[in-house]
Write a protein that binds this ligand. Structure first.
Ligand code: IFM
Length: 451
């Protein structure tokens, strides 16, 4: 058996606010990330996405690099306020024209565009009208979706609605360390979560109703991975339970975000855990949320080991002494790409894409002019081998998107964390493909057989 399916999609990903720059150019409206990053003390070093990788102007060079690497697909997001400056209503033709140019350049390079409709740069004007708490918020998102689909679906067939709702809802609206930077209680957070899920459902309906070519639609929540500390039957069952568990104090889980979308109902455990804070769920809401999807996308970087225990059936196991860590201080746990994929496939029974995975490491341009990121190559080798193992055992995997194509603006961490296959010097905007870019090129050429 080969290590990956024949038409496997090897890609890389990025998101609008993290790379585009041109924050105030050609009619773009402000997003909550523009406001947040310009608020003193919110982002490390006072970094902002004003210029970022200047991809808005350098997209052709960037697509050229993607072509050199041999990417089959590029996952990028649309900046909602670039296209509709006040979030609802008038459309900015320059904004749409940018995405036209980007898509045409990708297609000319034989790279398939995978479009994410929302990756966190929410229009500031809509936030000021109530944001995701507003009962109309799901319709605002659906209307924005229509504008994009009307314009781009003659060339785009692959769509994702939302990126990592756990993060933009949890970090943005509960912890307050991401935009918009508010600390709301669970009742409001769950109301937002429900509106966000409705937005997903309405957006899928809009894509299906208006796409000019048959759309292939997915969603990209965080995969909160739990791995068994041993491969005993008991620990494996504990990991399965933990993967689908819900804690009452936050929404950092899988099932609250995945069960309504893929199974048509909220998880029982969540309904109990959140009992005191549940939003009003109107008749028909779950039907709206539960739209047929073509694939299950998920972003996974690390996981937590668990073991069997009494009570809930599982217990977290502390990381080993001297646990390997990324520059971001995230644990390096390759088996998360095996266990999470196995469990998600069992429960949701959909074709799977890893829509993000990668490593932040300490990269710089060396005296020989190259970037020797050996740790990224090692990280990817280990993780992608585990992903292949899930395939060997029956998971229906369709693609893998490396995060990220370029070093970029890492939200509250500013430019400190470097996730790219391509190094970016933010002063000169010079791009330097790292050793991992050439390694990924060879991996793509062999369809993963060289792992
Ligand atoms: O950079 C982020 C991305 O925007 C969402 N997923 C995780 C990445 C690394 O933190």
């Amino acid at each position: 058996m080969s290590k990956f399916p024949k038409d496997f999609i090897w890609g890389a990903a990025a998101a609008s606010y993290q790379i585009e720059g041109a924050a105030r150019e050609e009619g773009k409206g402000p997003s909550i990330w523009d406001a947040f990053s310009h608020t003193p003390g919110k982002v490390l070093n006072g970094d902002t996405g004003d210029v970022a990788c200047d991809h808005y102007h350098r997209y052709a060079e960037d697509v050229g690099l993607m072509k050199e690497i041999g990417l089959k697909a590029y996952r990028f997001s649309i900046s909602w306020p670039r296209v509709i400056p006040s979030g609802a209503g008038a459309v900015n033709s320059h904004g749409l024209a940018f995405y036209d140019r980007l898509i045409d350049t990708l297609l000319a390079a034989k790279i398939v565009p995978y479009v994410t409709l929302f990756h966190w740069d929410y229009p500031k004007a809509l936030y000021d009208r109530g944001g995701w708490l507003d009962p109309d918020s799901s319709q605002w998102f659906a209307d924005y979706t229509k504008v994009i689909v009307d314009r781009l679906s003659d060339r785009v067939t692959h769509w994702m609605t939302l990126n990592e709702p756990q993060v933009f809802v949890g970090y943005g609206h509960q912890d307050g360390n991401h935009a918009p930077g508010v600390k709301l209680g669970m009742t409001e957070v769950l109301r937002i979560a429900h509106n966000v899920l409705l937005a997903h459902g309405k957006s899928v309906q809009m894509i299906r109703a208006h796409a000019k070519s048959t759309p292939i639609i997915g969603y990209a929540p965080v995969g909160v991975a739990k791995m068994p500390v041993t491969e005993s039957k008991e620990d494996i069952e504990a990991a399965r339970k933990a993967t689908f568990s819900v804690d009452s104090h936050n929404t950092w889980n899988n099932t609250w975000w995945m069960d309504p979308v893929f199974l048509g109902h909220y998880p029982e455990e969540g309904l109990k855990a959140y009992e005191k804070h549940l939003p009003k769920i109107q008749d028909g809401d779950l039907k709206t949320i539960f739209q047929p999807l073509d694939f299950f996308g998920t972003n996974i970087y690390n996981g937590q080991f668990v073991k069997a225990a009494s009570g809930r059936g599982f217990e977290a196991v502390p990381y080993k002494m001297g646990q390997e860590l990324t520059a971001f201080k995230w644990p390096v746990t390759p088996t998360c790409l095996y266990w999470a994929i196995k469990f998600f496939h069992e429960r949701y029974k959909k074709p799977i894409y890893i829509t993000e995975n990668g490593l932040s490491s300490i990269d710089w341009v060396c005296v020989d002019g190259k970037v020797h990121d050996a740790m990224r190559i090692d990280f990817l080798t280990r993780y992608i081998r585990e992903f292949s193992r899930a395939y060997q055992e029956g998971a229906d995997i369709r693609g893998y998107f490396h995060w990220s194509i370029l070093d970029n603006f890492e939200w509250a961490e500013g430019y400190r964390e470097r996730f790219g296959l391509v190094h970016v010097d933010y002063v000169s905007q010079k791009r330097t493909p790292k050793d991992s870019a050439y390694w990924y090129r060879d991996l793509i050429r062999s369809n993963g057989e060289n792992l």
